[in-house]
Write a protein that binds this ligand. Structure first.
Ligand SMILES: Cc1cc2nc3c(=O)[nH]c(=O)nc-3n(C[C@H](O)[C@H](O)[C@H](O)COP(=O)(O)OP(=O)(O)OC[C@H]3O[C@@H](n4cnc5c(N)ncnc54)[C@H](O)[C@@H]3O)c2cc1C
Length: 401
């Protein structure tokens, strides 16, 4: 792939930059309604759902154009869009596996954030071992009756709909008895209890389902196909958007260099300390590696290649980098890191409050990336088994004496 910008791309960037300069809100967006309005404005300008087919309300743009928009939004410090789980992973899953009725009913409202979506996969005893999930869905004619508990549900408190993995057959092997269905979160049988994090925010929640109702027409794929469908969602979640992240890291890096020039320790700017310079140099080199990895994903998307197990490589690489990045930033900034804001990388921290974060909270948040959508250890297992074709892991507790 030619990774230079074409003249169309350059013209697109100019238009996008001018639009952002004219439209980005000059004040913090405090309420969910304000954030929805901003999202809707971006959508109408053609900057949300860019890669989605036009038939489903998307814009059929190129991956390069999407990367340009992410770049321009990060550059100007635009508030993030919302409904990221829906637009990034759940919608694309419905596009691949859903019925025409489901596409017609759900996709456009997802793009415009008229309906917010969450992902109901993890359970208290089924995170890494997702196939061990216990939430049951029993056949009741035209609908399923759902009972069970989910945990770590991002956007739970604001979600209207969820994509749910549930057990519809307990007699077959555990992967085969799972189905995937869309669940209305606004019903009496669904109780959402927010969980408070170490940062003070409540990004995610527990969800209790007690005789909740899921319609048969909302079953994605066939009964028992849930495991394969979950792989599609997780594939998008792990690999889809790495270049946008790299842009945000790059902007955070510039902020860090600026701070190192301005802040003083022992009477001289931090940047004059050779240890600080060495750390910045190492971070910059790593950042470039991430940028090229992001371009590789972009190149694959541009060629129309779908997501695969190889998305685990990207996910492992950028999430582990993010941890090193903020750890090093705090080493450099010392106590200043607790007061200074690091807004550029704050997109996902709390879509409900929209509060800006400090370098210290960004450091805390960086732990999350190596856990959600499959921990780093699980990504290594997937790379070993499915990408390299190594033998399956042998767990010590399952080896016969
Ligand atoms: C910020 C955030 C947002 C999230 N949002 C959602 C969401 O919206 N919806 C949702 O369904 N879930 C969500 N999750 C949950 C997430 O998917 C799980 O936390 C994750 O899959 C790990 O599961 P667990 O927490 O049960 O840990 P466990 O599975 O109990 O793992 C504990 C530790 O053991 C290690 N381990 C486990 N099995 C193996 C193995 N086979 N080989 C090597 N090491 C192993 C793990 O790597 C980890 O270090 C979110 C998590 C976070 C942090």
């Amino acid at each position: 792939m030619d990774l230079n910008y074409s003249s169309e791309d350059r013209a697109f960037r100019d238009t996008c930059r001018a639009w952002m300069e004219a439209n980005v809100p000059r004040h913090d967006l405090k309420t969910l309604d304000e954030r929805k309005q901003w999202h809707r404005k971006l959508y109408e300008a053609g900057y949300v759902g860019m890669l989605w087919p036009k038939a489903y309300g998307g814009w059929g743009a190129t991956a390069m154009q999407q990367a340009i928009v992410q770049d321009e939004m990060a550059r100007i410090g635009a508030p993030p869009t919302i409904n990221g789980l829906g637009i990034g992973f759940i919608g694309p899953t419905i596009i691949v596996h859903g019925t025409d009725w489901q596409k017609e009913r759900y996709l456009k409202k997802m793009l415009t954030a008229e309906e917010i979506w969450c992902q109901l996969y993890s359970e208290p005893n089924a995170g890494s071992d997702l196939a061990g999930l216990k939430t049951r869905a029993e056949d009741a004619g035209d609908h399923f009756v759902v009972n069970g508990q989910k945990i770590w549900t991002s956007s739970g408190p604001i979600a209207d709909w969820g994509i749910l993995l549930c057990r519809t057959d307990s007699k077959v092997a555990k992967h085969k008895g799972i189905s995937c269905v869309l669940l209305n979160m606004r019903q009496p049988g669904v109780e959402v209890r927010p969980l408070k994090q170490i940062t003070g925010h409540s990004l995610f929640s527990e969800v209790f389902m007690t005789n909740a109702r899921a319609e048969k027409r909302d079953l994605i794929g066939d009964l028992g196909q849930g495991w394969a469908i979950a792989q599609t969602t997780l594939g998008y979640e792990r690999g889809g958007n790495s270049l946008g992240r790299v842009t945000r890291y790059a902007i955070s890096f510039q902020q860090l260099v600026k701070a190192a020039k301005e802040l003083r320790r022992n009477g001289r700017p931090l940047i004059q300390d050779s240890a600080v310079r060495a750390k910045l140099g190492k971070l910059y080199a790593e950042l470039e590696v991430q940028r090229y990895a992001g371009l590789r994903v972009l190149s694959a998307l541009s060629k129309g290649e779908g997501v695969s197990s190889a998305s685990s490589i990207t996910k492992l690489s950028y999430t582990e980098f993010e941890k090193r990045f903020y750890e090093t930033a705090l080493e450099i900034l010392g106590p200043h890191g607790h007061g200074m804001s690091a807004t550029a990388d704050y997109e996902e921290i709390d879509t409900s409050s929209g509060e800006p974060g400090t370098w210290a909270t960004a450091f805390l948040w960086s732990r999350a990336g190596t856990i959600y959508s499959g921990s780093s250890e699980i990504q290594k297992n997937i790379i070993g088994e499915r990408v390299l074709g190594l033998p399956k892991e042998v767990r010590a507790d399952r080896v016969k004496a």
